[in-house]
Design a protein around this ligand. Structure first.
Ligand SMILES: NC(=O)c1ccc[n+]([C@@H]2O[C@H](COP(=O)([O-])OP(=O)(O)OC[C@H]3O[C@@H](n4cnc5c(N)ncnc54)[C@H](OP(=O)(O)O)[C@@H]3O)[C@@H](O)[C@H]2O)c1
Length: 288
């Protein structure tokens, strides 16, 4: 291939890769892990406006600095740092109003903010279980509600909900967390059917364990995964988030082959459930 052709093919590849050219993207949980990586990757894929949401304003500003400096050629036109606790309904409503006043619409909403608390149900407080549900499930519902109508009016937009494989497998030690992700998947599946033919889409991304700040919660102190083997990098999940934003599918499992595990669990639950149950029960007992 001539140098000229090589250059052209490289250019075309880059153009093809820019799947989110000109998009306005709002990402919750952008200050760390998957959300942080997805923000960088959306910018790299041509997003025009990035709205970064999390509680830690300082970490969002740090990310903004990276977006402004590291991505010289793919710098978004505008980055908005918005500190918001998505578990607080009134704060999310205020955020939605302000963002819509400023931009009129968003193209992509990534509901990614979330956390888990590890432990036996009998040892956890009701408040702990409520807090997980309030952020992981209701926070997603609040954000979806404040932006959905504007998407429907334009017949355009996509919601990406970052759930977990815990939305398909109840895991001993993570009942509150699994419950919140099952709820997220159920809500998303219902909304998926409601949105049929509207031009607005919703896709759930369900990863296995990811090497992020997720395990910094103090409840994991004796239960840090040994970052080997099956654990994913944020980059792999971020790639799925970007693909999800253009997808017609309801759910993308990461890695993709674990979709077979979900199928086996639903098809042969009496074989799969005891195995999964025993594995995580053993872990829970040995670490508590
Ligand atoms: N890591 C895993 O193994 C794994 C596996 C499957 C699914 N997931 C899911 O992936 C998503 C991202 O988690 P991660 O792994 O990237 O963990 P992470 O590094 O701890 O990031 C979590 C993000 O959520 C934000 N957040 C938490 N509570 C919030 C609240 N009330 N309001 C606004 N932002 C909030 C955090 O920011 P602030 O603290 O600044 O608010 C942070 O940016 C979560 O929904 C998690 O359940 C993670």
């Amino acid at each position: 291939m001539s140098d000229e052709r090589k250059k052209e093919s490289k250019h075309n590849k880059k153009v093809r890769l820019k799947k989110h050219e000109g998009k306005i993207v709002l990402i919750t949980g952008a200050s760390s892990g998957i959300g942080r990586q997805a923000s960088i990757d959306f910018a790299d894929n041509g997003a025009d406006v990035l709205i970064l949401v999390a509680r830690s304003e300082s970490r969002l500003y740090e990310l903004n600095k990276i977006l402004q400096t590291n991505l010289e050629s793919n710098r978004p036109k505008e980055v908005v740092v918005y500190a918001c606790d998505i578990s607080k309904r009134e704060d999310v409503i205020k955020m939605g109003k302000e963002i819509l006043q400023r931009f009129q619409y968003i193209d992509i909403l990534v509901n990614n903010a979330g956390f888990g608390i590890y432990g036996n149900v009998k040892d956890q407080s009701i408040e702990e279980i409520e807090a997980v549900m309030q952020t992981n499930y209701l926070g997603m519902v609040y954000c979806t509600k404040v932006f959905l109508e504007s998407m429907l009016l334009r017949h355009s937009g996509h919601i990406v909900n970052v759930a977990s494989l815990s939305a398909s497998f109840g895991v001993a030690g993570l009942a509150g967390y699994s419950g919140s992700k099952y709820a997220m998947l159920g809500f998303s599946e219902s909304l998926y059917h409601e949105l049929y033919g509207t031009g607005v889409g919703i896709t759930v991304v369900s990863p296995i364990g990811v090497k992020t700040g997720f395990f910094n919660n103090e409840s994991f102190v004796n239960h840090k995964p040994n970052y080997t083997g099956f654990m994913l990098e944020s980059k792999a999940v971020s790639k799925a988030v970007l693909a999800a934003a253009n997808s017609r599918r309801l759910e993308i499992v990461v890695p993709f082959y674990l979709r077979a595990g979900v199928w086996f669990k639903h098809t042969l639950p009496y074989l799969v459930n005891p195995l999964i149950g025993a594995h995580f029960r053993r872990q829970l007992k040995s670490k508590m």
